[in-house]
Structure formats: structure tokens, C-alpha cells
Design a protein around this ligand. Structure first.
Ligand code: FBP
Length: 260
């Protein structure tokens, strides 16, 4: 087996990933005339020197060629729409092989932990880990506890269970929601073992709240973010990117990073 080149989606041991799969997951209600154009968001990733860009294969196929080699690509292998109801299930719709052909240096997959369909996602995820690791590329797990069994997806023990399962399944990086509890996050990171923890961005919020969450999560041992709407829905995506960089790479607080 080849060595997994996780450093391809990192810089200085940190991850600052720009995610742009919300048009699929949430629908065009997340987009506007500017952000519906993938080139607008890919340019933000390029100019902001994000450590990687997470895309569905169709966008990667049609838009990524011009950015190849300048911004590392993670291809999401599954996805579900907002129309999907009941216990969540998101199945693989493209392959590790296709991701590699598109130029990916990593692959991503969402698991809905706690769903009555979790086993199907575990099986696919396990196979993806085998294939990706055989090819030497890392696997990022979008791990979202969801479904009737999950009473509170922001409970520290629920998130810690998610980080543990991602680690035991073979994820190199697990992306989780952060509930603001620094001590809790230390436990979540501990449960993830050698799997690196990054946090999701969530709905667009004010800059200070967003950056403060990133700062606190990193203080507790997370190694970065995979963020979307808080950057590309921002009026000044380059300004928020610069502030985010200072929080991620220079350990600055939200206040320090936002100081003009
Ligand atoms: P955001 O920073 O915009 O929240 O993006 C992160 C992300 O994980 C996306 O990759 C994905 O489309 C979305 O969140 C899933 O969100 P939800 O919590 O609605 O399933």
C-alpha cells in the first residue's frame, strides 16, 4: 500500500478547505447570481490559497481544469438533496478512480451517523478508504449525526461518538460540527486519535462569531476548517479569507484577526 499523502490537502499541518457542494446539498437557495457561478468560488479558493477545495465531480469535471495544480482538489463521492426525507441516506455516485482522473488529491464522503441506514454508508466508506489508501490519497469524512436516534447532534458525547467512528472506519480527516465547548472539543479530538479533526462552517453568520468558533475549536486541538457559506456568501470573501488564515495559521483570536 502507498503512503497516504495527507499533507497534499494541508499546509503547516493545518487544513483550510473551501467547500462548494451546497448547491447540491441545500439547493440554489444558498446561491445567488454571483455564487451560482463555480468560477466565482474557485477564484476565491485560488486567490485565498485555501489548502484544498471540496467539489462534487460534475463541477470538478467542468470547471477545475483551469485551477489544476494551483489548488488541491477533494472530490465528494456522495451527496443527497434537500428533497430527501426520512432517515438520512447518502450513497456513493462516483468512484475513487474517477476522482483521481479529475485530479483529486483527496476524496470526501458524508456519513449520517445514527441513521437507520448508517450501515450502508459504513460499507461504502470502508471500501472507499481501501481504494483511496491503495492510491495514496486521504479520505475526509463529513460526519453528521442525524436521524431519529439522535436527540441532539450538538451534544459533546454525540460528536465524540462521531469522531470515534470516523477514526475506527479509517478516515484521515473528520469534519464535525463544533458546539462551542472547548473542554468537550478536547475529548472529541482525543476520541479521534490519529484522525485529524476539522470543523464545519455552518450557516452564514457574523464574522466574529464564525472566527471565534474556529479559534476555540483549534485551541482544543482541531487542525482547521472546511467552510463554505461563511466565505463565499460574504460580501468581501477575500477579507474574511485573510482573517480566517490568521486564525488558522497564526493562532490569532477573532478580534485580532479582524483588527484593521
Ligand atoms: P458550510 O460551511 O457552508 O456549512 O459547508 C459545509 C458543509 O459540510 C458542506 O460541505 C455541505 O454542503 C453542508 O455543510 C452540509 O450542511 P448540512 O448541515 O445542511 O447537511
Amino acid at each position: 500500500m502507498k503512503r497516504t499523502k495527507i499533507e497534499k490537502i494541508m499546509q503547516d499541518g493545518k487544513c483550510m478547505i473551501l467547500a462548494y457542494d451546497q448547491g447540491f446539498e441545500h439547493g440554489p437557495s444558498d446561491l445567488n447570481l454571483k455564487t451560482a457561478d463555480p468560477n466565482y468560488v474557485l477564484d476565491i479558493a485560488l486567490e485565498g490559497r485555501y489548502t484544498a477545495l471540496a467539489l462534487q465531480s460534475g463541477i470538478a469535471d467542468k470547471y477545475y481544469a483551469g485551477y489544476f495544480k494551483n489548488i488541491p482538489l477533494i472530490v465528494k463521492l456522495n451527496g443527497k438533496t434537500n428533497y430527501s426525507k426520512g432517515e438520512p441516506l447518502s450513497l456513493q455516485h462516483t468512484s475513487v478512480k474517477h476522482a483521481l482522473e479529475l485530479g483529486a488529491v483527496g476524496v470526501g464522503y458524508t456519513i449520517y451517523l445514527g441513521s437507520e441506514h448508517e450501515q450502508q454508508m459504513f460499507v461504502e466508506f470502508g471500501r472507499i478508504c481501501d481504494q483511496a489508501h491503495n492510491a495514496g490519497i486521504p479520505v475526509v469524512c463529513w460526519m453528521y449525526p442525524r436521524g431519529d436516534a439522535i436527540k441532539n447532534d450538538l451534544d459533546t458525547n454525540v460528536i465524540a461518538y462521531a469522531s470515534r467512528v470516523a477514526m475506527e472506519l479509517g478516515a484521515d480527516v473528520v469534519k464535525l460540527k463544533f458546539n462551542g465547548d472547548v473542554e468537550g472539543m478536547k475529548w472529541i479530538v482525543k476520541c479521534a486519535g490519529k484522525t485529524k479533526v476539522i470543523i464545519a462552517g455552518g450557516d452564514k453568520t457574523d464574522d466574529k462569531t464564525f472566527l471565534n468558533a474556529v479559534h476555540l475549536a483549534m485551541k482544543a486541538g482541531a487542525i482547521g476548517v472546511a467552510v463554505g457559506r461563511n466565505v463565499w456568501q460574504h460580501d468581501q470573501p477575500h477579507n474574511i479569507t485573510n482573517a480566517l488564515k490568521q486564525v488558522v495559521f497564526e493562532n490569532k483570536t477573532a478580534e485580532q484577526a479582524l483588527k484593521k
